[in-house]
Design a binder for this molecule. Sequence first.
Ligand code: ADP
Length: 259
Amino acid sequence: MTVEIQAIGIDIGSTSTKLVGTNSAGEMIWQILEKTEPRIEEQVRRLLDQAWEMNDRLKDIPVIATGYGRKLAHQATRAITEITCHARGVYQELKHGGTLVDIGGQDSKVIRISPQGKVFDFVMNDKCAAGTGRFLENTANRLNVSLDDMGAIGMETSVEATISSTCTVFAESEIISLLANGVILPEILRGLHRSLIKRIVAMVHSVGFEAPLMLSGGVVQNPLIASMLGDELDTEVVLPRHPQLMGALGAALMALETS
Ligand code: ADP
């Protein structure tokens, strides 16, 4: 397997760091995903050492970094923005254009991709926790619900509590008040997801929606996110096999092209 790796992509996100290795056909054949550590430079060095220990030959293959910490990966041949890399990774997996929504731990982006895989237009939110994984994580911690279960619990009901704020801090106050008034957890979680989705849908409309809707980022592994986005935009939703690895895959593919 390691002999087949021809390029490596590193996506250093604010929440998680991903490494992907591709073969000469651009297929993902190796991956690592772990929480981003405060000392990013040391973490990248350790992860690349891990790859190089598998096979010394890997030291000679191209590496491209992306994500918010991309400039701290000094071993990388180049650093490329996550907009370009996500679009590249998703296009490789799905082979068509449309509108890509990427929801990460602390940012979200909407990218219009042409039928040929080029970035047409995009909008990004990295200033506010609303519309990002952080929005759900805060509540998960507060309510002692696992992040993996949040969407499934929200899907247990079709009744939705109204959470009018898209702001994390105000939404938390609303949740505390709903709980005090005896509203059940599934209804609260459904309302919370709706609040996040409204924020994302506003971003989608700001770049102009073009079907199909494609999703990437760690947060879209939550099934209620895909289901609500599809309903709100009245469209089919397409997910790649590894939504959280699309930025790293795109970076690896761009590294492959330079080799
Ligand atoms: P970034 O690149 O910004 O670090 P990612 O795309 O890696 O973000 O996504 C990280 C976020 O994904 C985490 O903050 C977490 O909220 C969310 N996440 C990860 N796994 C799951 C899961 N199984 N279900 C729901 N959310 C998840």
